[in-house]
Design a protein around this ligand. Structure first.
Ligand code: GRF
Length: 203
């Protein structure tokens, strides 16, 4: 069974989709800890409602990354909770090699765009402003780059003429909530093999 540590900064709807899959018996995993880099993140309340240990850990002094002693504390906390896999779920920071080395090949992220298009912030707004007709989301293994790791699952959605950033983001998020449990199910079943840039899905 996967032992997941979930890192988030916001609402936690992706974590909720993972909790729902676990509770429905469709994902063989346990969330052993939730950590937020923001004390007001709703993800903490959501986790607490499901009896999942959840805490805010200060990322100071860094603004956009998790590094140094702050990252060491995150790693220690996740290890002590028994985590073997790190799930970035709306965690608005770049993680550094120390964390990747502590959980080799076991750090996943979800990005609200069809990578390699529109990495970085607000992929849905980037897609809309660019005039893309198709948008979507990507679950990938995390490597040392930003949104560059090997891709596990992607889901596409249409961009509608009347879309606003909010309406497009909502359509993408509905797919995120399917994609993340799906990727974790494959990982839990031992069906993912990383071959260079490609992730092969074993039968
Ligand atoms: C999602 O759109 C995710 O792709 C992005 O941040 C958002 C997090 O949403 N990285 P939530 O906190 O899971 O609701």
């Amino acid at each position: 069974m996967l032992k997941l540590a979930v890192l988030g900064s916001g609402s936690g709807s992706n974590m909720q989709s993972i909790v729902d899959a676990i509770e429905a018996g469709t994902l063989d995993a346990q969330i052993v800890c939730v950590i937020a880099d923001n004390p007001d993140a709703k993800i903490l309340e959501r986790a607490a409602r499901h009896g999942i240990p959840a805490q805010y850990l200060s990322p100071a002094p860094f603004r956009t990354k998790l590094d140094g002693e702050a990252q060491d504390l995150y790693i220690r906390t996740m290890k002590e909770a028994g985590a073997d896999t790190v799930v970035l779920a709306g965690f608005m920071r770049i993680v550094k090699p120390g964390l990747l080395e502590a959980f080799p090949g076991r750090v996943l992220n979800i990005h609200p765009a069809l990578l390699p298009a529109f990495p970085g912030l607000e992929g849905w707004t980037q897609a809309l402003e660019y005039g893309a007709k198709v948008a979507g989301c990507t679950v990938h293994f995390v490597d040392a780059g930003t949104d560059t790791g090997p891709i596990i699952v992607q889901k596409a959605v249409p961009v509608e003429d009347g879309d606003t950033p909010e309406s497009l983001h909502a359509r993408i998020q509905a797919q995120e909530h399917i994609a993340y449990p799906e990727a974790l199910r494959l990982l839990a079943a031992g069906r993912l093999r990383i071959e260079g840039r490609r992730v092969r899905i074993l039968p």
